[in-house]
Design a protein around this ligand. Sequence first.
Ligand code: NAD
Length: 271
Amino acid sequence: MELKGKCAIVTGAARGIGRGISLKLAEAGVNVALVDLGSPADPTLTYDLAAQTELNRTVEEVKSRGVRASAILADVTKWADCQRMAKEAEAALGAIDILCNNAGIIAVGPVESFAEETWNRLMDVNVKGVFLCSKACIPAIRKRGGGSIVNTASVAGKTGHGNVSAYCTSKFAVVGFTQSLAEELGPDNIRVNAVCPGFLHTAMWSDVLDPVVAPGLGVNREAAFDEYVARNTFLRRAQTPDDIGDAVVYLCRADNITGVALNVAGGAEMH
Ligand code: NAD
């Protein structure tokens, strides 16, 4: 698919990987509707989500690449928000050709003490959010004669690990949903793929995982991420939002690729 002049929705776009995807799409000539919550506090989580100021700043960065961009505040777990998101994006950009389901959250801890409300919120954002945003956008993408949906899964959606059961479960679900929707929408020329990032030093690591993995690695919190990456990747380096953005752009262009879950993980996962 030629991307210049196409229109995309990216969820969880204010910062981190979503910001990287939005900027790379813009550099390929794609107009972008950037979606995020706009309220950092989530009582079920131990870290802050993005603020509205971050979303607005990223929208300005995307515009500076010479494409149209707009900010949409929406919670991907709410059907009414997802419907409004699709309408506002179509009104602002003129169409929807691409949907990047990237919004996601993390919580860690052993199953026996993991709070039920945290499990529910994680499944709501990471799994139901992908379903609801897809449901809301499919009619608009079909109207265009085809397009691309890219879901941000994770290497945690390929291999499970202790103390991250909720997160791993949610990302396995995203891979399964991707395969199912790829078959369902193939006849409509809508391709559905997932990207599986490895390790990026976004809020998920700096605010949540660094302090958890540090003791097991025998290092302090500040050194934990680099040590983890050195031990768990063939290439001995972390991935960046640009790397994930490049992979998403590739999956959007690739006319004969659907139903894949592409690792961008420096060799951390091969299946
Ligand atoms: P991040 O916390 O910086 O970004 C997540 C974004 O999603 C934030 O801007 C947040 O405000 C937004 N968001 C959260 N809940 C939302 C909701 N209900 N509605 C709308 N927006 C919501 O973290 P990130 O690392 O950039 O994560 C992006 C995606 O990449 C997630 O799906 C995550 O699971 C996945 N991922 C991250 C890594 C990593 O190493 N950082 C690895 C694999 C996969």
